[in-house]
Design a protein around this ligand. Structure first.
Ligand code: DAK
Length: 264
């Protein structure tokens, strides 16, 4: 089953069921305009409806950029009302990433600036090419990060580093992004997609519902007091014992055989 075609993104499926979403506006270094944000949201909703797809990789078209931020030329003359429309659409599209049952890997192949860093921060993990450059340049444009950058980035790298990146507008390289915990892995540029696919394959060996519910538990719990978060984890942990995959996973171990998970 193939995916729809979009103006600003390419959504493809590998032979073994990994969805690859490529932001495709290379002439603008994949900057996000209103229409691209709409496409990202629509593409992710399409992926969500496909329970045979287990992992999504998001990357940028071309060698130079992942996403160079929101489209400055398009928003330059926005009124407050138009800015609000952009903001709502962006939050809806970025929210789709976190609410997907599938695991989402950002394969950051170049500049990830402003909205690009924010989109990567909304993914479940980030693999950076050694050529990647990351930054939040908004305060140099007279705005602040508005696609979750003051929040998700802070949760990933801590308040001090997030505020330093935002207030200085400095771009950091891949090694620094890895050192501060923004990138989870760093690889040579020509190994980026191979690494993302390798991780996708590891994830796909495991029980789909367990991966989806563990993702939910991590994200939901991260913003709550520990005792409430532990209650959520406990509830989900127990729920798993009502699934066929829990029976299969434990039987497979005890019987020393391969496991065949069905996502139920
Ligand atoms: N928007 C529009 N066009 C962009 C762009 C962008 N963000 N980034 C690059 N381009 C375009 C350039 O204008 C240029 O187009 P032409 O001039 O050829 O037509 C083409 O891409 C190639 O870029 P450069 O010629 O500049 O390439 P260089 O190698 O010299 O420089 C660069 C690469 C990435 C360092 C540079 O392009 C750059 O600094 N780009 C801007 C990066 C940036 O400031 N990004 C942050 C954007 S602000 C909101 C919430 C959040 C946001 C907005 C609204 N609401 C709540 C409503 C988010 C804001 C941002 O992300």
């Amino acid at each position: 089953m193939s995916f729809s075609e979009y103006e600003n993104v390419i959504l493809k499926e590998t032979e073994d069921g990994v969805a690859v979403l490529t932001i495709n506006r290379p002439k603008a270094l994949n900057a996000l305009n209103l229409s691209a944000l709409q496409d990202i949201g629509d593409a992710l909703r399409e992926v969500k409806a496909r329970n045979d797809i287990r992992v999504v990789i998001i990357t940028g078209s071309g060698a130079k950029a992942f996403i160079a931020g929101a489209d400055i030329k398009e928003m330059q003359h926005d009124s407050v009302t138009e800015a609000l429309k952009l903001s709502k659409l962006a939050h809806k599209s970025f929210g789709e990433i976190e609410h997907l049952p599938q695991f989402v890997i950002a394969a950051v192949n170049g500049y990830a600036l402003g909205g690009g860093c924010e989109l990567a921060s909304a993914c479940d993990m980030r693999i950076g090419s050694m050529s990647a450059k990351v930054g939040q340049p908004e305060t140099g444009l007279g705005i602040i990060p508005g696609f979750g950058g003051t929040q998700r980035l802070t949760r990933l790298v801590g308040r001090g580093k997030a505020k330093e990146m935002i207030a200085t507008c400095d771009m950091i390289d891949a090694e620094e992004a890895y050192r501060i915990g923004l990138f989870d892995e760093i690889v040579d540029p020509d190994k980026l997609m191979d690494k993302a696919i390798e991780i996708a394959h590891k994830i796909m060996k495991n029980a789909p519902l367990s991966v989806a519910r563990a993702k939910y538990s991590v994200d939901r719990g991260a913003d709550l007091p520990l005792d409430i978060a532990i209650d959520i984890e406990s509830q989900i942990w127990a729920e798993m014992f009502g699934t066929k995959d829990q029976s299969e996973g434990m039987a497979g171990f005890v019987e020393k055989r391969d496991k065949h998970f069905i996502g139920k």
